[in-house]
Design a protein around this ligand. Structure first.
Ligand code: MG
Length: 254
């Protein structure tokens, strides 16, 4: 039996703070995406932005991951490493940010167009964002996690998109990856029953083409097997008895 941590009110306060820090950092990084900027420059900025907020990267050093953030371009799905690559007009850039603040982690990701992107890629990005937004309301106390996973899968398939299966969302809190795993596919009524106080990172990874992926020689970067683009959006949410609380939304007054 797996134990899914239930956060105390004091821990939830810390999760809120970490989530807001992650959201602020992600928002600032997204604004740096422009033709000619390197992924390494965005990675370095991430470290500075996190430090300004009193936090640090939850990814740097995790299983020896070398970056402050994951930054993945076009056919790269997740876990890309910032470097010398210069962004080009028409790219899509997935930025995934995990921030540790006072011992707790906020984890959030978005997909940013670099200038205008082709219509099919834009459709992919819009659909993936909407799928995340549509999935979040399933994260309420009493509901089975499989219902949320099922929603993501069926919405993606209905739109002719591929669902990445090898990488999944997850519980998050003191540790980056806690129970439960949150696949982006599943059966209605399956999986653990959600309880108030669980904090979950929900993160659909959706491909324009087929679902298959492979890992590059750097041992980290996941790419689509068919070379078509992939989109990724993620929020850390708190399960409550009522509507879920998105912990990684931007504060109204930053
Ligand atoms: Mg995550």
């Amino acid at each position: 039996m797996s134990l899914i941590p239930i956060k105390s009110p004091a821990e939830i306060e810390k999760m809120r703070a970490a989530g807001q820090a992650a959201a602020i950092v992600l928002d600032r990084l997204a604004k740096l995406v422009a033709p000619g900027v390197t992924t390494g420059e965005i990675d370095r900025a991430a470290g500075e932005f996190m430090a300004e907020l009193g936090g640090k990267s939850a990814f740097l050093g995790y299983r020896k991951f070398p970056g402050q953030i994951c930054i993945s371009v076009n056919e790269e799905v997740v876990h890309g490493i910032g470097g010398t690559r210069r962004l080009a007009y028409g790219d899509i850039v997935k930025i995934d940010t995990g921030v540790i603040l006072n011992g707790y982690i906020g984890d959030t990701a978005t997909t940013v167009p670099c200038g205008a992107v082709d219509p099919e890629t834009e459709r992919l990005c819009t659909a993936t964002k909407k799928i995340l937004e549509g999935a979040i309301p399933f994260a309420v106390a009493g509901r089975k996690l499989g219902d949320l996973s099922h929603y993501i899968e069926t919405e993606a398939l209905r739109q002719g998109l591929g669902v990445v299966r090898e990488f999944v969302g997850h519980g998050v809190g003191r540790k980056l990856h806690e129970e439960p795993q949150i696949p982006n596919y599943g059966r209605l009524g399956s999986g653990p029953r959600l309880k108030a106080g669980m904090t979950l990172a929900i993160e659909p990874m959706i491909n324009l083409g087929a679902e298959g992926v492979r890992i590059l020689d750097d041992k980290w970067t996941v790419v689509t097997a068919d070379g078509k683009p992939s989109a990724h959006f993620e929020h850390t949410i708190l399960v409550t008895e009522n509507a879920p609380e998105v912990l990684t939304c931007l504060p109204l007054i930053a």
